[in-house]
Design a protein around this ligand. Sequence first.
Ligand code: KG4
Ligand code: ZN
Length: 341
Amino acid sequence: MEKDTLILAIESSCDETSASVIKNGKEILSNTVLSQIESHKRFGGVVPEVASRHHVEGITQTIDEALTTAHTDMEAIDAVAVTEGPGLIGALLIGVNAAKALAYAYDKPLIPVHHIAGHIYANNLEEPFEFPLMALIVSGGHTELVYMKDHLNFEVIGETRDDAVGEAYDKVARTIGLPYPGGPKVDQLATEGEDVYDFPRVWLEPDSFDFSFSGLKSAVINKLHNLKQKNEEIIPENVAASFQNSVVEVLVHKAIKACETYQVNQLIVAGGVASNKGLRKALKEACAEHQIKLSIPSPKLCTDNAAMIGAAGHYLYEAGLKADLDLNGKSSIDIEEFSVE
Ligand code: KG4
Ligand code: ZN
């Protein structure tokens, strides 16, 4: 019988301090997530310096808890995987330094993981990948369509030219007076409203798989100003429903077109906005109609967590990819550079 592979994974790219133990790239033995949302709420968004400080305070305890919950210890761990980037540089450095210290002290390989590759691999923890596949990444910092021929083979076929979809959600939420992070609240309000404002759908050039959300965000803000000036009533539920319909229609249309153009076996969805109820429902219906296999992780694996980093880290470990102890966090890195032939 082959020995199990245990990866200790660490994620600290934004406002969640997380550690996880993953067995054989598939089984989550633990996934400890320490969220900082309550602390950042009072500022209306993530304050990088505050995030770094919380990561420093919480990282050791989070790693200890992940190992304890998994009923294991550092001696039994095969490799330490960590988010190298993209993300907030000060936040990333806390996770990277913790991972380097453990890798050095226990003489374990250090595996650098791209944050978005992690989001994509969250799917593989619940439903095995079926290649070739298309990944729709919708998070607070990214909106991308990534084509994968095989494990660790990433080709970006489309991306946002301005705002990420989660960022647009958070800005619209703030405009209608909702606290950070507004995405889930807009999603909830949308279920109680109607699409009465008919906001623009930004398609860009006919063959483009790129996205643009800043025009839509401005259209929402302008509409609210106009209504206020005319002393007309603003119904937040209707604003949310109208905004969400515009976002969802564009995302679903482009994702389906990408799947058909690249003839994939599976569409997977990743990132915080993948837990959006409206998007999940619309993708389900469109995929059923076009006979495309759809896979979306459960909500707790959609937002930032270390299990997804361990899931991707496992395949990088198997492929023999390792970092030296001079590894640094990187605020921006291209996912295509993470492809392993
Ligand atoms: O992937 P994630 O946890 O962090 C990044 O890597 O960016 O995504 C966070 C983003 C935030 O913008 C949050 O508002 C958004 O995901 N989000 C949602 C929903 N849940 C989280 N947006 C819309 N609907 C949701 N249900
Ligand atoms: Zn993320």
